[in-house]
Ligand binder design. Structure first.
Ligand code: TPP
Length: 924
């Protein structure tokens, strides 16, 4: 016991060494003044167990040694050999020279090795030898930052793993394999550089050992029985990873440089899946998936499609990983197996500290709804971003420093020391497997060329490039090391390097230059154009009633909070009284239940989505006495699909990216993200612009992600009024999504069911739904049960009308439509017909045109909206309406004027302005 506590001492007290030393002083004065644990420690320092020498030793020397050891572990990385070129000038680093700790070589030689570390004691005769060894370990080409970690077990484990590792060394065969891999990585870039002069490829050179690192990761994943690797990365080195990790054939890659058809060379065995959209994308954004079987386990390696926007693919990859880890074919919550998949996210050194999405994504790491059991983060650190050097790129010493705040270990490794690079990924994976947490590897290298291969970096970064230009490439460096070690001969080295170039030449020669692959039509596929049909859905009364009853099957030992119980009990009424109505949230619960029954798993996330921002949903109940949770939807009969719901962290971007990725991987699931207020969704704009709306066209990446965006001007000011409907409508084209703003609870029910029906088909597409706020409880939106039993989604809701009476048709959506209906109810006027535009995109031209041509005395069509004229749907619907409004019929806009802000900041002004719009619209 005593022995163990002594062994752990330097690490367990970590950065609190100063405090320990103070306690030691107290102990010397009065042993009872410190805790028992401390007493045990201090007694053992003074005991014979550490050698009689220690008991007689000057206590200050012992303290000096403990301080030095602590500092080696804490700050060794600052003096480490992790920079192949251009060592930064880091000032005011704590000294790690023993003399500065009041110690001489002789002093250290008098002390036992066990004082340095228990596991070094058998290997070294004294503290001097052990300390020197420790110093070399912590300041070598692989350096460590872990002393900041709060969890003692983790810190202890890392310390032992780091300090007890065998020396970095490979067998001769492993060295040869590593050399060959590096030769391929380099040869690939060199061949393209020479043969496609000036073509952008974002060469990996300088951080080449990323590829052997990933290759080694695959070996280890096979040993661990993890079949899926999800990779996310930007442009840098991507072509190399595609070629050497996903084994995209050289012929395919070279075809892309020649603008010939790469698909001709797609392996026939189906092991490589490459999708492409009809609009296509540049080659360094394309992903793919490869099934490999050469590591002793069938492995699927996916590289996510990626837009230019740096780092945004990170959460997408996390979502994809989570989807692969979950089984969703049973009732209740999904079951997650961390060993089904792992994410490896490769970052840029300028982008990692610069882009906030990285921070948002790291924050997902330990959260119930988002964890993937730990991801591997690798910073491909070439020490420059475009032309910006580190001193202008970040305020911290390392590119990785943001990770420290998340209690993550960071391993810094010199990219030109490939054997250490392999060791780094070994430690990283072990840590992930042990603690199910993220870990960061900072792979420190350089960038051989400019940002792309056309740039001349000496123009802007002369001192850095002076060193880089003198640096030999890694195949040469490592090959020469092997020659020196007599593992290969100089001739063999040359042959391997030349062999890669020959192989690429052979592939190049197979490509027919005239076989051009230029498509200027870019036709949208039929299945996409076909879209979603509104077929009649027969639910049946008994089925819905059974669902509704089951929602109240609380467990016997579960108490529902009284106030809430009264609210929920109202949901019994519509099945007891035909005049009682099903409101929005009730309709949603019924939709979720039937969708689950039809076999579709559901995942709903968003800030406070379990309760609902407007206290409307209550999909998770909490026992007020025990705090226990209960999800009534898990009680529904005959369900073989999960219902999962999570309150999200206060992020929009990362969580949207995550759920987009989730749905891309698990296309059969209804993945819904809900904004707290739609206004905040623009924090995730990049995901709507670059993935949701365009992913299918660019990459053939289909998603059926659903967005719930509370929308509506209700006098709450500029920031609780608008989900920026206009943004989605501007992105809408080629049937790429559905955009809707509803005013009926049954229509909501049917739209969710329609969305679910198309999941997993070629016609699946995202749904962007403006959801209500005050309308959640508005009687005009609620409907009786029979509206749910049989029917289909209505893109336009046209009430009954008297053909000969109608003079004016008003078209409005959502809250505006309901406000108009409300006003008309008070002052009925059958010359004015209000039609509700529920689906704005695809625009239901035909339905509206049929109506307009049915009304013989039609004088005017008014489009009425609550959003300012430059916002909302107006600009989108205008050309559609102008096409279908009959020639002699007047067309007018009724609504707010053009405004810079979304809504009035003052509730009283809002009321007056809104009333004016209603009055104007209903003017006969
Ligand atoms: C969000 C975003 N902002 C700006 C850019 C333009 N850009 C492309 S690469 C690059 C530098 C990236 O540097 P780093 O992260 O170090 O990666 P490297 O290219 O050096 O591998 C910049 C600024 C971008 N692609 N994405």
């Amino acid at each position: 016991m005593q022995e163990k506590e002594l062994e752990n001492a330097p690490l367990r007290f970590g950065t609190n060494l100063g405090m320990i030393l103070e306690l030691h002083d107290m102990y010397q004065e009065d042993p009872d003044s410190v805790s028992e644990e401390m007493r045990t420690l201090f007694e053992s320092i003074g005991s014979d167990r550490s050698g009689a020498a220690v008991s007689n030793m000057d206590q200050d020397k012992v303290k000096g040694l403990l301080r030095l050891l602590d500092n080696i572990r804490l700050f060794g990385h600052l003096k480490s050999d992790i920079y192949p070129v251009y060592r930064p000038d880091v000032k005011n680093i704590p000294s790690l020279d023993f003399e500065d700790y009041g110690l001489s070589e002789d002093d250290l030689k008098q002390m036992p090795a066990s004082l340095v570390s228990s596991h070094l004691e058998d290997h070294y005769d004294n503290a001097y030898e052990a300390m020197t060894q420790l110093y070399e370990l912590y300041t070598g080409p692989l350096a460590y930052e872990y002393m900041h970690i709060n969890d003692t077990e983790e810190r202890q484990w890392l310390k032992e793993t780091i300090e007890q590792q065998s020396p970095v060394s490979l067998s001769d065969d492993e060295k040869k394999h590593l050399f060959k891999t590096l030769a391929k990585v380099e040869g690939f870039e060199k061949y393209l550089h020479k043969n496609f002069v000036g073509a952008k490829r974002f060469s990996i050179e300088g951080v080449d050992s990323l590829v052997p690192m990933l290759d080694h990761l695959l070996d280890m994943l096979a040993d661990e029985g993890i079949p899926n690797l999800q990779i996310g990365m930007a442009h840098r080195g991507r072509l190399n990873v595609l070629t050497h990790i996903l084994e995209k054939p050289y012929e395919m890659m070279i075809s892309e440089f020649m603008h010939t058809d790469p698909m001709k060379f797609l392996p026939e065995d189906g092991s490589l899946e490459i999708t492409q959209g009809w609009a296509r994308d540049v080659k360094y954004h394309l992903g793919g998936a490869k099934t490999r079987n050469d590591k002793g386990l069938e492995q699927r390696i996916s590289l996510a499609n990626n837009p230019s926007h740096l780092e945004v693919v990170g959460p997408v990859v996390l979502g994809k990983t989570r989807a692969q880890q979950e089984s969703t074919d049973h009732t209740g919550l999904p079951e997650q197996d961390y060993n089904q998949a792992i994410a490896a996210i490769i970052h840029g050194d300028a982008a990692f500290p610069g882009q906030g999405i990285v921070y948002e994504s790291l924050n997902l790491g330990k959260l119930d709804g988002y964890t993937t059991g730990g991801s591997l983060h690798i910073i491909a650190n070439n020490r420059i971003g475009f032309t910006t050097e580190e001193t202008d790129a970040r305020s911290t010493v390392y590119a990785s420093d943001a990770a420290l705040g998340f209690d993550l270990p960071v391993l810094h490794v010199n990219s030109d020391k490939p054997e250490h690079v392999l060791r780094s990924i070994e430690i990283a994976l072990k840590y992930r497997q042990k603690f199910n947490k993220d870990i960061v590897i900072d792979l420190v290298g350089y960038r051989r060329y400019g940002h792309n291969e056309m740039d001349e970096p000496t123009t802007t970064n002369p001192m850095l490039y002076k060193e880089i230009k003198e640096r030999a490439t890694i195949d040469e460096l490592y090959g020469s090391e092997l020659v020196e070690q007599e593992i290969i001969t100089e001739d063999e080295k040359k042959q391997v390097i030349q062999g890669v170039l020959d192989e690429m030449r052979e592939a190049h020669d197979k490509i027919d230059k005239s076989d051009t692959n230029v498509d200027s039509e870019l036709n949208t596929p039929e299945a996409v154009l076909k879209g979603h049909e509104n077929t009649v859905d027969e639910i049946g009364y008994d089925r819905l009633k059974d669902i509704n009853e089951t929602l109240f099957n609380y467990p016997e030992d579960f108490t529902v909070f009284k106030k809430l119980s009264n609210v929920l009990d109202r949901r019994k009424k519509p099945f007891e009284d035909e005049n009682a109505l099903v409101d929005w949230a009730h309709a949603e619960a019924l939709a979720f239940a039937t969708i689950n029954q039809d076999g579709t798993p559901i995942r709903l996330t968003g800030q406070d989505s379990e309760r609902g921002t407007f206290a409307q949903r209550h999909v998770v109940l909490h026992d007020p006495d025990t705090g226990k949770e209960f999800i009534p939807l898990h009680e529904i009969h005959d369900v073989n699909a999960t219902f999962d719901v999570h309150n999200s962290p206060l992020s929009e971007a990362a969580v949207v990216g995550f759920d987009y990725g989730y749905n891309v991987e698990n296309k059969a699931a209804l993945a819904i993200w809900e904004a707290q207020y739609g206004d905040f969704s623009n924090m995730a704009q990049v995901f709507f612009d670059n993935f949701l709306s365009a992913g299918n066209a660019k990459w053939g990446e289909q998603s059926g992600m659903t967005l719930f965006l509370p929308h509506g001007s209700e006098g709450q000011g500029a920031e609780h009024s608008s989900a920026r409907l206009e943004r989605y409508l501007q992105l809408a084209a080629e049937n790429n999504m559905t955009v809707a703003n509803l005013s009926s609870s049954s229509n909501y029910f049917h739209l969710l069911r329609r969305q679910a029906k198309y999941l997993g088909t070629k016609s699946m597409k995202p749904l962007v739904l403006m959801t209500p706020k005050s309308l959640l409880r508005n009687q005009l939106v609620s409907e009786p049960v029979n509206a749910f039993l049989e029917g289909s989604f209505r893109e336009v809701i046209i009430p009954e009308y008297k053909k000969t009476k109608v003079r004016k048709v008003l078209i409005a959506s959502g809250k505006m439509a309901v406000d108009l209906m409300n006003a008309q109810k008070e002052n009925p006027d059958d010359s004015i017909l209000i039609i509700r535009l529920e689906q704005i995109y695809p625009f239901p031209s035909e339905d509206i045109q049929n109506l307009l041509s049915d009304i013989k005395n039609l004088e005017e069509v008014r489009f009425v909206q609550e959003e300012p004229k430059n916002q909302g749907a107006y600009h989108f619907v205008l050309p559609h309406l102008l096409e279908i409004v009959p020639e002699k019929t007047e067309f007018n806009y009724v609504g707010r004027i053009r405004r810079a802000s979304t809504a009035e900041g003052d509730g009283e002004s809002y009321k007056i302005i809104q009333q004016n719009i209603i009055d104007d619209a209903l003017k006969s």
